[in-house]
Design a protein around this ligand. Sequence first.
Ligand SMILES: [Zn+2]
Length: 249
Amino acid sequence: MLETEKFLNYKIIKSNKFKRLTITIQRSQHIVVSAPNRVSDKKITEFIEKNEQWINKNLERLEMETATKSHTYLEGDVFLLYRETYKLAFNIIDDELYNTLEGIVENIIIEREKKLIIIPLYNKNLCQDSLRDIVLEFYKQETQRIIDTLFEEKPFLKQLKHNIAKIKIQKSNSRWGSCSKNNNINFSFRLAMLPTECIEYVILHEITHITEKNHQITFYKKLEELCPNYLKYEREIKRIERSYNISLA
Ligand SMILES: [Zn+2]
């Protein structure tokens, strides 16, 4: 009868505690509709129908978040990149063409529209370890590229760069960045997973450590001068850490 009944499974909770109709999508992907007692089931169905697009969009998002939870490094594996989910795809090319490539990682294509990370391979049966190494190296190079671009294109970052002794991208799964007592700054190769403004925040956070080694009030005062919205970016990173698998080991 109604399209939504065929596709969407939802639970209705009626109570006068609720002032209006609301739809909640739980992390388990269950849909719950809260309704005041007086609202008829017909009205609820109509409400669900009206919001079907929104529901489907959110269900899809949750599904992709879940898909990043464990990596197989095989075709179709889902990764977080530039704050969005990308699927791994293989482009099988013949030996001859393959031998002309300078490197696999250098020839990976990012299809932003289709959200694909396309790896050129001559052999589909490459072992999982090799595929994982390719993906890890890709993240390292992509993070390096993003950081280089930011330092190049943002004048205030370019200025601040002079205070850094050395910058290194590390295959670290534990921290986004760190600053040594000698002012060497290390960035995690997973930074490419974050939106640019959060990467910029991580850079500014580590630069602040050049003069303020510990997270004391003076640290946050200086950080705020460099990055007035730092709390917003910290929250965003925390949200990403909770929702996705941000480990690449
Ligand atoms: Zn810190």
